[in-house]
Ligand binder design. Structure first.
Ligand code: UDP
Length: 328
């Protein structure tokens, strides 16, 4: 093999190195793809509790991607420099965190501790994937970053909400105490290819029901609202946040799509987009299900070079439905 040219060596040495915890998950794998496309070398970590090999299989043989199967609540040892640490590891659907409440609490607390420790050790910048769930069942609408939330600590969603609230607090503590450059993104409902068919979230649930001609299960009266962001819009906003040099960038930023729908409207949109003959049935509303959710993205737009969602719901659904057609 010919020796690398000086230019190739220089390019190699300035190549940013990112660690993505949760790289085999829905969002972690899309983030990994974006980082690779922007010239990063990526070290992906995942223990496959809710992640899937399928999400990263296309990266096999990519010299810029290395995968380590690891639970990030355990000590993370990496014998190489790291510039960016992205903590995206966590069960993220209400069904998943009911099944794995202790792992959910551990990855949000111990996993955040370990990934922050890695960033501190390497002198890297750190970003935590937080969530709109930290607002709980919000009493302020739309949700601004200055709202402190309305969370039931001991309810079925408490394991996720409180783990993420702890993760934000720990991130701020590492920033203040150790000077680690940190970012906190509060992710609102996101959808797209690579969601798990049976993760229980409304997007895969409705699409798989519509594609198989089963009734769509709307919980409660279907009057509760959500605002759905397509995955590529979300990941672009998060990438910009990590790279943002603004002095206030360490404070939380909402990323999501502010166009809000009731779950009944959403069920109708899915029936229309799939051309399904499925009916709608009503099922009991799960405990502590937030009644409304919509991000105020004013801060993101100001901070992130006028970032805003580009993909309309119809277009995002078309891509997501195409993905699920191959899965049902
Ligand atoms: N939902 C529904 N039918 C389903 C699954 C979910 O009506 O089969 C509702 C759920 O009650 C909630 C909304 O859809 O109001 C979004 O639920 P999801 O689990 O996707 O995430 P959440 O935003 O609650 O974390």
């Amino acid at each position: 093999m010919p020796a690398p040219t000086r230019r190739a060596r220089a390019a190699k040495s300035t190549q940013p190195i990112s660690v993505v915890a949760g790289a085999a998950g829905f969002l972690g794998s899309h983030l990994t793809d974006l980082l690779l496309s922007r010239g990063h070398r990526v070290i992906g970590l995942d223990n496959f509790i809710t992640g899937a090999v399928d999400n990263i299989a296309h990266l096999g043989g990519n010299p810029n991607f290395k995968f380590i199967q690891q639970d990030v609540t355990e000590f993370i040892f990496l014998n190489e420099p790291v510039n960016y640490v992205w903590h995206f590891a966590s069960p993220a659907s209400p069904v998943d965190y009911l099944e794995f409440p202790i792992q959910t609490l551990k990855v949000g607390s111990l996993g955040t501790h370990k990934t922050l420790g890695l960033a501190k050790e390497k002198g890297a910048r750190f970003l935590i994937a937080s969530t709109s769930e930290i607002y709980g069942d919000p009493l302020v609408h739309p949700q601004t970053e200055s709202y402190w939330g309305n969370v039931n600590t001991i309810g079925p969603r408490g394991c996720y909400d409180e783990a993420k609230r702890f993760a934000e607090a720990l991130t701020m503590a590492y920033h203040r105490e150790h000077g680690v450059p940190t970012r906190i993104v509060r992710i609102f409902n996101t959808y797209g290819p690579r969601m798990r068919l049976r993760d229980g979230r409304v997007v895969p649930a409705f699409i798989s029901q519509a594609l198989t001609g089963k009734p769509l299960t709307v919980f409660g009266q279907g009057t509760q609202t959500r605002s759905f962001c397509y995955c590529s819009d979300l990941i672009e906003g998060i990438y910009r946040l990590m790279m943002c040099e603004d002095q206030t960038a360490n404070f939380p930023v909402n990323i999501g799509n502010p166009s809000e729908l009731t779950m009944l409207e959403f069920a109708q949109a899915i029936i229309q987009a799939t051309g399904s003959k499925s009916k709608i049935v009503f099922k009991p509303l799960p405990q502590d299900d937030p009644k409304q959710r919509r991000p105020d993205i004013t801060r993101a737009r100001q901070l992130l070079a006028d970032w805003q969602p580009q993909v309309p719901l119809a277009e995002g659904l078309e891509k997501t439905i195409a993905f699920f057609r191959g899965k049902v």
